[in-house]
Write a protein that binds this ligand. Structure first.
Ligand SMILES: O=C[C@H](O)COP(=O)(O)O
Length: 254
């Protein structure tokens, strides 16, 4: 049975001090939380510090991206092998900011997905439509295309033990979250789309919602049957707000 997962994507934010303070704060407020997996994804430079700081707690660590290569002459990149070596367990892939600012295509994201799985890490595949695509009624078309890039390249079984994060681009960092009903409709579409190929895989895949999730709207989102947690940006930088979100997920799915 799938379990809720709340992941904090710190994006390009942080410092040694913030990493220490935030993890220390989370360890204090999340000690008694059960039934919800918690993962933080700091910038790559702070991963090793984060892995050491969460030791002995129920908090996992993930990265925000990897290169398609494992080693070699690829200046400035970080590999899945290095992440594994550091102790990270999850990798966010295909975030809309990577797709937009770094021109990552569906095919590149699918290639990274396979590399992450080969290393025994858990991929968090971000999908979602832009505002224009939403207004043009293309939400389902975009989401299925982004998922099919993985399924067509690697088979539906590749989604076993993987995570999908549905993040409508228009909701990211805008304060304008999708309503619980809107998000549930898309999450159900995603699960049904995968179920056309394998009901078993569809039932176990974790589908997070992302886009302006905060301590006020989290509980209602998690009350939806196909929303299995959240990928949180801004609110993950505050221990109090993030822990309210984690506790809401644990309570909703208990
Ligand atoms: O990865 C996280 C998402 O981009 C959501 O960011 P946000 O919570 O700041 O809207």
């Amino acid at each position: 049975m799938r379990h809720p997962l709340v992941m904090g994507n710190w994006k390009l934010n942080g410092s040694k001090q913030l990493t220490a303070d935030l993890i220390s704060g989370l360890r204090t407020v999340l000690t008694d939380v059960q039934g919800c997996k918690v993962v933080i994804a700091p910038p790559a430079l702070y991963l090793a510090q984060a892995v050491a700081a969460v030791e002995g707690s129920n908090i996992g660590v993930g990265a925000q991206n990897i290169d398609v290569n494992l080693s070699g002459a690829f200046t400035g990149e970080t590999s899945a092998e290095m992440l594994k070596d550091t102790g990270a367990g999850y990798v966010i892939l295909g975030h809309s900011e990577r797709r937009t600012y770094h021109h990552e295509t569906d095919e590149v994201v699918a290639e990274k997905f396979a590399i992450v799985k080969q290393q025994g890490l858990i991929p968090v595949l971000c999908i979602g439509e832009t505002e224009a695509e939403n207004e043009a009624g293309k939400t389902e078309e975009v989401c299925s295309r982004q998922i099919d890039a993985v399924i067509n390249a690697h088979g539906v079984e590749a989604l076993t033990d993987a995570v999908i994060a549905y993040e409508p681009v228009w909701a990211i960092g805008t304060g304008k979250s999708a309503t619980p009903a809107q998000a549930q409709a898309v999450h159900k579409f995603i699960r049904d789309h995968i179920a056309k190929q394998s009901r078993e895989v569809a039932e176990q895949v974790i589908i997070q919602y992302g886009g302006s999730v905060n301590d006020k709207n989290a509980a209602e989102l998690f009350g939806q049957p196909d929303i299995d947690g959240a990928l949180v940006g801004g609110a993950s930088l505050k221990a109090d707000a993030f822990s309210v979100i984690v506790k809401a997920a644990a309570a909703a799915k208990a």
